[in-house]
Write a protein of this length. Structure first.
Length: 427
């Protein structure tokens, strides 16, 4: 077990409310302050600790969000706070579409699809029609249900649910759940782009074996495995330069490399690879055995295709980006209510999202480039209000092959209210 994992396990075992400090962890487990600090930051991202400027770091209860892998009628009953009245046998059926029964019996039939859900009030004829078309029924308003409907639902194994909420509230909740499901399906993960067939070396291989593999594949970076098919390192041309041909790979390889898993997003994996300067990263299965590799070129191509072909616009990020308009040499947007924080000023996160988007637009003006924000420094010189129209003036201060520095000035009625300095990596 690595020291990092040992620290995380120690933090996980602490009592709720227990104080945690970098120096205390370092002394107790005999590690460096840097290792302890990284473990605390990882614990914070996992929801194990809370970091407060005044009270310090405290162990908290892990309130992980319940992840819905697939939308079933059982999940719909929880989302709508509904009671299952009949047809419990069909709760595990996957759900993908719903309709609202606010029309005549003749017109509603064309909106009913096999395995769908009909949201309806106290209309027994429509409820029975939905069951005939093998649709589950969600009855709003907490009204009574006729025994005939319940009996038929039980006989067919089709759920009948009842909630006290009104139709609009229920439909809004379900629509949000469906939107979230669509977004999760559209996000590209490592599993979508990795290469399962990849050349590898064993830790007992030699430098000569490495050089032969370079000539055969025209690649220079390979995953190193042990006999049990676990990743033990990676090796590149820099590692073997000046070494004898008989030297074994385990003596020159880079041990404990970063590893990618199937459920990791392409965006986060790409950022890690660029940060570490990797052109390739090994991919592992759920049992930690080697599955393949993912290359930087594969990920950049995937990110490019994703930005061009994305079919959804339901995220908060999309709403922010849609508010920004390009006007000649500057960008403008109107401050909307959802952009504000609890003290009546524009939220930091919203401003960061807007500036990140404009930075990407600026860098694609002359040549299409993918960027990753490396650092951002914000200076607030004034406050803004809802419906204020802000103008953003970007200026590239310096640009190299691998990075750039961009200066942003934000104006309100010809008066500067914010200045932002952004450093980006170009790939």
């Amino acid at each position: 077990m690595s020291k990092h994992q040992e620290l995380l396990d120690y933090i996980d075992d602490l009592e709720i409310g227990k104080k945690v400090s970098v120096r205390g962890l370092a002394n107790r487990l005999s590690v460096s302050d840097g290792t302890a600090y990284r473990a605390i930051k990882e614990a914070q991202s996992r929801g194990l600790v809370s970091i407060n400027d005044r009270s310090g770091t405290t162990r908290i209860a892990n309130q992980a969000q319940r992840v819905i892998e697939t939308l079933t009628f059982g999940e719909i009953s929880k989302i709508a706070s509904a009671e299952v009245m009949a047809g419990e046998a069909g709760l595990s059926q996957v759900f993908s579409k719903f309709a609202i029964g606010a029309m005549t019996k003749q017109n509603i039939r064309k909106y009913l699809t096999h395995g769908g859900l009909l949201i309806v009030g106290d209309r027994t004829d429509i409820q029975l029609l939905a069951l005939d078309e093998e649709n589950a029924v969600l009855i709003t308003g907490g009204v009574d249900i006729e025994p005939e409907v319940l009996a038929r639902a039980n006989a067919q194994g089709i759920p009948v649910l009842r909630t006290d909420f009104d139709t609009f509230t229920v439909a809004s909740r379900i629509n949000r759940a469906l939107s979230n499901e669509l977004i999760k399906k559209e996000i590209t993960t490592v599993a979508d782009v990795y290469q399962s067939k990849a050349a590898t070396l064993l830790e007992t291989s030699t430098v000569k074996d490495y050089l032969d593999l370079v000539k055969k594949t025209n690649q220079s970076r390979f995953t190193v495995l042990n006999k049990a098919n676990y990743v033990v390192g990676v090796v590149s041309m820099r590692d073997v330069t000046g070494k004898k041909n008989s030297t074994t790979i385990d003596k020159v390889m880079t041990s404990h490399p970063r590893l990618a898993k199937f459920d990791m997003t392409v965006a986060s994996t790409s950022q890690k690879m660029i940060f570490d300067g990797y052109d390739m990263m090994p991919v592992i299965n759920a049992d930690n055995t080697f599955a393949g590799i993912i290359s930087k070129s594969d990920m950049l191509r995937s990110m490019q295709e994703s930005s061009e072909q994305s079919q959804f616009s339901h995220t908060l990020s999309d709403e922010v980006i849609n508010a920004v308009k390009e006007v000649q040499s500057y960008y403008a947007f109107v401050v909307e209510p959802f952009m504000m924080n609890n003290v009546g000023n524009i939220a930091n996160g919203m401003l960061v999202e807007i500036i990140s988007y404009i930075a990407a637009r600026v860098m694609t003006k002359t040549k299409r480039k993918n960027i990753i924000i490396e650092s951002m420094t914000l200076y607030f010189l004034g406050a803004v209000s809802i419906d204020d129209e802000l103008e953003v003036f970007p200026k590239i201060i310096s640009e190299t092959r691998l990075g750039a520095t961009i200066d942003f000035e934000i104006y309100l009625d010809y008066q500067i209210i914010s200045k932002i300095l952004v450093t980006v990596q170009i790939n």
